[in-house]
Ligand binder design. Structure first.
Ligand SMILES: [Zn+2]
Length: 338
């Protein structure tokens, strides 16, 4: 049994990876209309409000849109080298979990920005983070990890697989790691994440953005086989699956069927104050609808990110229900009646 395009409007879904950093009524209304519960991911991104502010935005939104939005907390790495960093980080996390945070995010500044006093990059498997991981593991809290970047980031522009990466790194050479060999390599970053999971087999870990292995689902599959407590979210990397669908549709389909309990839908949608409310709504709807078309139908599609057309995966209903709803609910232990 399969869903069709119109079923989008009636099937309950979770977008398990958005960033809502303000009182975006329009965005919340569109989510309600499109049957989405939202999980907003607090992240220490330069340019975002500080973590406590991000958290208070979500607390306010949860009051105004009850049962429609939850969040993941994070910890500040700002004073990493100060004596009481760990104590402060743990106190902040504990307070967040008492206030209904559904998990903890770690971000790519770990591995790519933070350095020790000798200028060495601090990786996610650094013992410095042990108290944090001990705490979340002891309390059975799920970690969402964005470690590394798409592999394209380490390739020359002409070798990149998808156009959105190519355009982004063309405009932001400062983030294009191919040009900055003094930073950790792609392989070192993936290895640091794998080391963490080897060291902590009990840790419930969701690899954001297909665990930064978006370029090859075999690589994702290897990790899912090796680490039973690992899942992945699809956030902002669906075009890489579409790219792989062009040459091997069946393989992508089989990946979803085989790992149907460990794949979580997310978009990275981030409503912006510089857009008119209607534009925020249109954009969200368009992204959600395109993704639904790809996963649920067998229609031939194309997107600006990918050169060439590809067919929708036409996944069985029960697989769609898992990746769009029950996996997020169980992996993050969401207490929702949505
Ligand atoms: Zn994100």
């Amino acid at each position: 049994m399969h869903y069709n395009l119109e079923d989008f409007y009636t099937v309950k879904k979770i977008d398990a990876h958005v960033h809502i950093n303000g009182h975006f009524t329009s965005f919340m209304n569109q989510a309600r209309r499109d049957q989405f519960y939202l999980l907003s991911i607090n992240t220490e991104v330069p340019g975002y409000p500080v973590l406590a502010k991000q958290q208070s935005h979500i607390h306010q939104l949860s009051k105004d849109f009850q049962g429609q939005v939850g969040y993941l907390t994070s910890f500040s790495t700002e004073h990493l080298h100060s004596d009481n960093w760990e104590e402060k980080a743990l106190a902040y996390l504990k307070a967040s979990f008492e206030q209904s945070a559904a998990g903890m995010k770690v971000w790519k500044n770990i591995g790519m920005t933070l350095q020790d006093n000798n200028g060495k990059f601090i990786m996610i498997d650094d013992p410095l983070f042990d108290p944090i991981f001990d705490f979340v593991e002891d309390n059975n809290i799920t970690v969402l990890g964005h470690i590394g970047e798409p592999k394209n980031c380490w390739l020359p522009l002409e070798e990149m697989t998808v156009n959105n990466d190519r355009n982004y790194y063309k405009e932001h050479p400062e983030y294009h790691m191919y040009l900055h060999p003094q930073y950790p390599t792609y392989e070192e970053l993936i290895q640091s994440r794998d080391n963490l999971l080897v060291k902590r087999p009990g840790l419930k870990y969701i690899g954001a953005h297909l665990g930064s292995m978006e370029w090859c689902i075999d690589e994702v599959a290897k990790r899912l086989e090796k680490f039973p407590n690992m899942a992945v979210d699809l956030t902002d990397r669906i075009c890489h699956l579409q790219y792989q669908s062009i040459t091997n549709w069946q393989k992508v389909y089989d990946f979803f069927v085989r790992y149907q309990d460990r794949i979580i839908y997310g978009t990275d949608l981030e409503p912006q104050t510089n857009l008119a409310p209607q534009e925020v709504m249109n954009r969200a709807h368009e992204v959600w609808m395109m993704d639904w078309q790809y996963f649920a139908t067998n229609e031939t599609m194309s997107t600006p990110a990918v050169n060439g057309s590809f067919a929708g995966l036409n996944l069985p209903k029960e697989v769609i229900d898992k990746i769009y709803y029950s996996n997020a609910k169980s992996w993050y232990q969401l207490k929702i009646d949505f």
